[in-house]
Design a protein around this ligand. Structure first.
Ligand code: 13P
Length: 265
């Protein structure tokens, strides 16, 4: 992390936690807030140096918005179409999210790419559309196990970013490096592997948008991040936070991730 960029912990709940579980999660997080988080961490959250986010399923967004209302936790959507309305069965749009007061989106998660046919081209369209509509967009990318084993990591990341990044830089653009082999497997990238990929990705950002924009862009790490490994990962200079699946599903471990991040600030 580089303190001037701020640090971010985001829980991607994937297809977990309906409205009722969302309300219980939030109630537990609120009641444990002061005991689980040190004064230092709470101060970091209050000042905005550390921020906390959850991405529940679409059907739970309004519950999450209401339940987290009095907290510093921001709510985002996991999948949002690039068009603003129309005949796209099953999809939701930016204006719908705005109507319910949700301001963050995930774009191009590897599960969306793997199971729902998202490509670098649709990732780019979504990122551009969401940013234009005023959302903060977290653009996910990362190599598969076979690509890493074949020594293709950098070329895969370069291609995903060169074709998936929006044409214009925007301060609301955030990247999330998520090596597919580390997602849900318990196999975390080592801090060195994460740093290498993040530094490389930042160099691609610099080529595209210039050095200043690259230095200002947060790059999160995702893939079996836990309260146990969060500190070592965040100590890396180019790792600016975490996008966390499994370990974000329980309020205790979500708060422990925040505490891990806060302890470094
Ligand atoms: P896990 O933390 O469960 O590995 O998931 C990571 C992820 O995909 C976050 O978007």
């Amino acid at each position: 992390m580089e303190a001037s960029r701020g640090v971010l912990i985001a829980g991607n709940w994937k297809m977990n936690h309906g409205p009722k579980e969302t309300r219980s999660f939030a109630a537990a997080a609120v009641s444990q807030w002061k005991t689980a988080l040190s004064e230092k961490t709470r101060a970091a959250i209050q000042s905005g140096r550390l921020s906390a986010h959850v991405f529940p399923p679409s059907v739970s967004l309004e519950s999450a918005r209401d339940a987290f209302q009095e907290t510093a936790v921001t709510v985002g959507a996991q999948n949002v179409h690039f068009e603003e309305k129309g005949a796209f069965t099953g999809e939701i749009s930016g204006p719908m999210l705005k109507e319910i007061g949700v301001g963050w989106t995930l774009v191009g998660h590897s599960e969306r790419r793997q199971y729902f046919g998202e490509t670098n081209e649709t990732v780019k369209k979504k990122a551009e559309s969401h940013l234009r509509q005023g959302f903060t967009a977290v653009l996910c990318f990362g190599e598969s196990r076979s690509e890493r084993e074949a020594g293709e990591t950098n070329s895969v990341l370069e291609n995903q970013l060169k074709t998936g990044l929006p044409a214009e830089w925007n301060q609301r653009l955030i990247l999330a490096y998520e090596p597919v082999w580390a997602i849900g497997t318990g196999l975390t990238a080592t801090p060195e592997q994460a740093e290498e990929a993040h530094a490389f990705s930042r160099s691609i950002l610099a080529d595209r948008y210039g050095r200043e924009a690259a230095v200002r862009t947060k790059i999160l790490y995702g893939g079996s991040m836990t309260p146990e490994n969060v500190r070592d990962l965040l100590k890396q200079p180019n790792v600016d936070g975490g996008l966390v699946g499994g370990a974000s599903l329980k309020p205790e471990s979500f708060l422990a991730l925040l505490e891990g991040a806060g302890s470094l600030l």
